[in-house]
Design a protein around this ligand. Structure first.
Ligand SMILES: [Ca+2]
Ligand SMILES: [Ca+2]
Length: 485
């Protein structure tokens, strides 16, 4: 390692973390977890990307200062790390960083040991396929497959398989900042985490703590012992997009600030997570063991949730806004740390089998915009708002089943007419189930021909849909995660 670490300019660093990696483009179909990866070369400018829903502009990766190669079949311990003289392990490459360093890990068909990344300005890319990491390391006392505590660290194109370690709290990927040393601009791109499945209490499979402007995209998480993707501890500027999360014991995605560690406003532990973007994720079979809504939000502010699809959840609920237990349910408490001023646009929530609300806004979760969503419920109520959250709501242009029940602030169940009399959903659509989707029983939630969701939404400037097609098409935006073309 060079004695003086070179800091890349902020603009380059931003490009580094926001840029799409090798092969990351429209081929990263969010519902395709079987992508075997065909990337065979070093990162290059991706000119094919047509992401239509950016709040950030994908750009090319900057040229690295140095490049190192890892090959666990051909590599030798005394290697230089050159392409024709690779290291045998990722750990050896990490001992030889020099400026912004890209480490290319060859998929040899033989799996790798994980890595703790303590330095900044590191990209680790799986190449020649998608290498598997399934031997854990211990970083800062935690058993993990990929771990970072640096800034501008990128993990790209790996399968991280912790399925052989039930009950051992082995996590697939951890971005781990500290209160006195938060971290910035990490990226997990095309990272596919596999856990041992539900039933044994454990740890979240993909997690991030005090990592600001950090991204998890184009990947998957399945079989988490706790949450599938868990972003926590006051971090801001998170992006979670284009992922499939399934079979999580807890929430599929949980954004959970931590008011219990509120620092009184003197430091970064401000009790809330702000400025997140969660889009184009597919969440299936969430809350299978420990509960937690499919998309579970505590202390989240000023964030956008759009084009997400939720189905198959039968123990818990769809989307919950609350405050991590900092105030009591519906009667008293400190509501400063509830969810506030979040937008939920164009989500599809099939909660026919849910055991709780499809949507609940609790504990001072005010200022919510909830529009253009399809919310399907059966015996439970679709949407509940407690009295502390009944301020600044903009709930409209959603699609529900005929006869859907709602919950009023007094926690009484009411019918659609009574719900609308409260000022909500004046332009809602009510429909029978069978005419909405192409084939929900097969997980196809695109809109059926003639679906009542078509052209029935309001324009919120969402320019793409979950399938990567443009929005709006036709006369107006459609309701739900997919736009009929
Ligand atoms: Ca914060
Ligand atoms: Ca339309």
């Amino acid at each position: 390692m060079s004695p003086i670490r070179r800091r890349i300019p902020a603009s380059i660093a931003l490009a580094f973390v926001l840029g799409l990696g090798p092969g990351c483009s429209k081929d990263a179909d969010p519902v395709d977890t079987q992508d075997t990866g065909t990337e065979t070369s070093t990162p290059t400018t991706d000119t094919t990307d047509t992401d239509t829903t950016p709040t950030t502009t994908p750009t090319e990766l900057p040229d690295p200062d140095s490049e190192l190669w890892v090959d666990n079949v051909a590599g030798q311990p005394g290697a230089t790390g050159a392409e024709d003289d690779p290291f045998p392990t990722i750990a050896l490459a990490l001992e030889n960083l020099d400026g912004l360093t890209y480490i290319y890990v060859r998929d040899t068909g033989s799996s790798y040991e994980g890595a703790c990344v303590w330095d900044s300005d590191v990209g680790i890319f799986g190449v020649d396929g998608r290498p598997v990491i399934d031997q854990y390391v211990t970083c800062d006392g935690r058993n993990v497959l990929l771990f970072s505590r640096g800034d501008d660290v990128r993990f790209d194109n790996f399968t991280v398989d912790a399925s052989a370690f039930p009950g051992e709290s082995v996590r697939a990927l951890v971005f781990s900042g500290l209160p006195d040393a938060p971290m910035y601009r990490n990226v997990g791109n095309q990272i596919h985490g596999i856990g041992p499945g539900f039933g044994i209490p454990g740890r979240s499979l993909i997690s991030s703590s005090l990592c600001y402007d950090c991204i998890f995209q184009n990947g998957s998480s399945t079989g988490a012992e706790e949450h599938g993707i868990y972003w926590t501890n006051h971090q801001d500027g998170s992006i979670i997009r284009n992922n499939t999360v399934s079979n999580a014991d807890g929430a599929c995605i949980q954004l959970n600030s931590d008011p219990e560690t509120y620092d009184g406003g003197v430091g970064i532990e401000d009790g809330v997570m702000s400025g997140s973007l969660v889009e184009n994720n597919v969440l299936i079979d969430c809350g299978t063991g420990n509960g937690g809504a499919a998309l579970n939000l505590a202390g989240v502010h000023d964030s956008i949730f759009r084009n997400n699809l939720i189905y198959g959840t039968d123990f818990t609920g769809g989307i919950a806004q609350w405050d991590d237990g900092y105030s009591d349910w519906g009667d008293y408490g400190n509501f400063d740390f509830g969810c506030k001023d979040n937008q939920f646009l164009h989500n599809t929530i099939d909660c026919r089998d849910c055991d709780r609300h499809a949507m609940s806004f609790r504990n001072g979760s005010t200022g919510t915009v909830f529009q253009n969503n399809i919310v399907i419920t059966d015996s439970r109520d679709a949407l509940g708002v407690d009295v502390e959250s009944d301020s600044g709501l903009q709930i409209d242009y959603n699609l529900y089943l005929d006869g859907t029940l709602f919950e009023d602030p007094d926690e009484d169940w009411i019918d659609p007419g009574e719900w609308q009399a409260l000022g909500h959903d004046a332009n809602a659509v009510f429909s029978s189930f069978d005419v909405i989707f192409s084939d929900a029983s097969a997980g196809d939630y695109t809109l059926a021909n003639g679906s009542p969701a078509i052209d029935a939404g309001a324009d919120h400037g969402v320019l793409g849909d979950l399938g990567g097609d443009s929005r709006p098409a036709g006369a107006a935006p459609d309701i739900g995660a997919y736009e009929a073309q």
